[in-house]
Write a protein that binds this ligand. Structure first.
Ligand code: SF4
Length: 368
């Protein structure tokens, strides 16, 4: 009874926090800019932080954050695992004096050791549990196949832990015997650990070694797995294990681009330039967002030309390597993203055709 009351109070509190966050998201640009100013200084001055901070820099969002912080007088070190970013982003990092951190392993090493970052982080994590069965994760594996949480999870049924039927058919076969099902298994590993080894660990090691806490350019409006945490904890989060500040948490993409214009932020070439459409909407003329060019998260949701087609357009040699020559199958055959994409039903062959068609459309359809 008492437990129920406490749980309900906690739920109400969380709902209230999320509602308040949503109200702030609806405010205008000038409010959000002042709010970001206040939160950034509040974090800097918190007794447990006491000015010992750094900026974690990646793409345009966090480059804008770095320049925003400098513009309001917060001049702290900026670090990035730059090697993972596009060359034009690396050039801007250099220009701004961002310190380059080394990834702990290469992208190829991470894939060979842990598996392919494909589908989504959440789905990859579930498949990875199925591929690494232990007594400890037995309940989780049962929930992934059936949606039932068992004794530890209060015997709930139909939970979101269950993999969608489509991916169960392809990846659920590890539990065929134990669950009495008849699904397939792939001949490659899948993993959600890539970001951790390539991006997160080098930054958290830097934080540990220097005793500094990060400013990050995250925005809840971008969705993703951090959205909920941002809405619950707000811009500044200081707890026993975590200290971080996300002054742009309530920003929309439009707010971010407006601030980038106001601050005259050097926009890396991969984004093109920031322009305003006739209805007033701001956008970048090339990439809207960037990430690792070889990442497979979300590729199954993209239309062609998808990111791997674009990789071919930019760098055919790199494309060939990533598509065909990353790791070896048990029989020694070399394979790459092509094999993984075939397995999940995503087309990747003949990327040039995607661009031929675009040229024809762009050129007025003159091809006979
Ligand atoms: S964005 Fe994708 S490829 Fe890049 S580190 Fe994260 S999981 Fe790996």
């Amino acid at each position: 009874m008492m437990k129920n009351v406490i749980e309900r109070a906690k739920e109400n509190d969380s709902e209230h926090k999320v509602d308040m966050f949503r109200v702030k998201q609806q405010m205008d640009y000038s409010f959000k800019k002042k709010y970001a100013y206040a939160r950034a200084w509040e974090f800097y001055g918190h007794p447990e932080v006491a000015g010992s901070c750094y900026v974690a820099v990646g793409g345009l969002d966090s480059i804008t954050l770095l320049l925003f912080l400098r513009s309001i007088g917060i001049d702290v070190p900026a670090v990035s695992v730059s090697a993972l970013e596009d060359k034009s982003i690396q050039a801007v990092h250099k220009q701004l004096g961002v310190e380059a951190l080394k990834p702990l392993k290469s992208k190829v090493e991470v894939i060979r050791e842990f598996g392919w970052p494909v589908l989504s982080k959440e789905v990859a994590g579930k498949i990875s549990h199925l591929q690494h069965p232990s007594e400890k994760n037995a309940t989780v594996r049962h929930a992934i196949i059936t949606g039932e949480t068992g004794a530890y999870g209060g015997y709930r049924k139909g939970t979101r832990m269950k993999l969608s039927q489509k991916w169960l058919e392809k990846f659920g076969g590890y539990e065929n015997e134990s669950e009495g099902v008849n699904y397939s298994v792939p001949d490659f590993l899948v993993s959600d650990k890539c970001c951790y080894y390539l991006k997160e660990k080098p930054c958290s090691d830097y934080a540990k070694q220097t005793g500094r806490s990060p400013y990050m350019g995250l925005m809840a409006s971008e969705g993703g797995r951090r959205q909920k945490a941002l809405m619950l904890h707000g811009c500044n989060y200081i707890s026993k294990g975590t200290k971080r500040s996300c002054p742009f948490a309530i920003f929309s993409r439009q707010d971010l681009l407006q601030l980038a214009l106001d601050l005259d932020v050097p926009v890396p070439e991969i984004y093109g330039e920031i322009v305003r459409d006739s209805d007033g909407t701001l956008r970048t003329t090339r990439a809207q967002r960037t990430g690792c060019s070889m990442c497979g998260f979300g590729v199954h949701l993209e239309k062609r030309p998808h990111r791997f087609d674009r990789l071919w357009e930019r760098s055919p040699g790199e494309w060939k390597m990533w598509m065909t020559h990353v790791d070896q199958l048990p029989d020694g055959t070399w394979y790459g993203w092509g094999h993984v994409l075939d397995y999940i039903g995503v087309g990747w062959r003949e990327p040039w055709r995607q661009f031929e068609e675009q040229l024809v459309i762009g050129g007025g359809g003159n091809r006979r």
